[in-house]
Write a protein that binds this ligand. Structure first.
Ligand code: ADP
Ligand code: PAZ
Length: 316
């Protein structure tokens, strides 16, 4: 069997952090003080160096790739003699629980919408497509949240195919981390953005994954550019535990929170519970279902300690 680094050498161009940072080239730090404040609102621990060194070059790369796709669209419309419907460019972001998918997705949304060629950038997370809590209980999947079988894949694929077909209005369900359930009466409305970012654990799965039926289409069939955010499991577990500890003052403190009973735990008890959830659910899901999809991504962002990106792999 080929070793991971042999596969990566064959398929990807590798950039160490500094080499990647230089590819920002002429992209100025287009962010005003107000934009930076917005990014701080996304995540107050994100450093400005991370934005300039990692995310600005990525925003430049995506702008170039999307420009090429838009050019191709013009050629096609010239050829067929009519305007094709406006179709969003679809970017997926995959990776483990707690690797920083939603932070990455929100930063990329903020940066990509700065470009005049694609100002409308929407973001959807796949957690809305988890089966409602009652259905997860009925199927005995409460301890399998985030595993492929815990999602309504048919609904998710229908959603993404409508987006890809250029439908003018498409609805997505919303998940609440407070109630731990799908929100019953509100939906996200997507109206022909220039770019749609879709973020979630399972967005790189294909029919090659053994537990699923072969003929079924997958999210990855509709995606134009895929990103996998990677880190060693020891770091992921640590980040999962620290986020869980922070939740005691945030989400868990809400009286409506499904996990309200966790809000009074001391550090040692909370650490033990979070480590146990990692070892029984999120760790196995990473190793069984998420990590095996990594080497399909167009881009792999590898993080080390403190969430600092140390390597970027780009498909040749
Ligand atoms: N670039 C970053 N710098 C510092 N902390 C980060 C960064 N990205 C994520 N985090 C922290 O790591 C944890 C997981 O991030 P999150 O985006 O919620 O992950 P995911 O969506 O993959 O579950 C959160 O506590 C978040 O604040
Ligand atoms: C909601 C999630 C399944 C992630 O969903 P995603 O948006 O990646 O599809 C995950 O964050 C989760 O809640 N996992 C269950 C185990 C846990 O509480 O960590």
């Amino acid at each position: 069997m080929l070793a991971t680094n042999q596969i990566h050498n064959a398929l990807y161009l590798a950039f160490e952090r500094q080499q990647w940072a230089e590819l920002r080239k002429s992209v100025p730090l287009t962010l005003s003080e107000a934009d930076l404040e917005d990014l701080r609102g996304i995540n107050e621990s994100i450093s400005l160096d991370e934005v300039t060194d990692i995310y600005l070059p990525l925003s430049r790369l995506l702008n170039l790739i999307i420009g090429a796709k838009q050019q191709r669209g013009l050629v096609l419309s010239q050829f067929i003699g009519r305007e094709p419907p406006k179709r969003p460019y679809i970017i997926s972001i995959a990776g483990s629980v707690a690797v920083g998918k939603s932070t990455t997705a929100r930063i990329m949304q903020a940066l990509l919408r700065q470009w005049p060629e694609h100002p409308k950038v929407d973001l959807v997370t796949t957690d809305g497509f988890l089966y409602p809590l009652a259905e997860l209980k009925r199927r005995g999947l409460l301890q399998r949240k985030g595993f492929p079988e815990s999602y309504d894949m048919k609904m998710l694929v229908e959603f993404i195919s409508k987006i890809k077909a250029g439908e003018s209005t498409v609805h997505a369900p919303i998940y609440s981390h407070i109630t731990y359930d799908r929100v019953a009466d509100t939906q996200q409305v997507i109206e022909q953005p220039d770019i749609l970012i879709i973020e979630g654990l399972n967005v790189l799965q294909t029919s090659q994954d053994s537990h699923v039926a072969i003929s079924q289409p997958f999210v990855s069939d509709f995606v134009d550019f895929s990103i996998y955010v990677d880190a060693d499991e020891s770091l992921l577990k640590q980040w999962y535990i620290s986020r869980f500890l922070q939740f005691r003052q945030g989400a868990f403190s809400d009286i409506n929170s499904y996990f309200h009973h966790y809000s009074d735990l001391n550090d040692a008890e909370a650490t033990r519970i979070a480590a146990n959830i990692w070892d029984s659910i999120n760790g196995p899901n990473l190793n069984l279902n998420i990590l095996p999809t990594r080497d399909r991504a167009h881009l792999i962002l590898s993080k080390g300690t403190d969430h600092m990106m140390n390597q970027v792999l780009l498909r040749k």
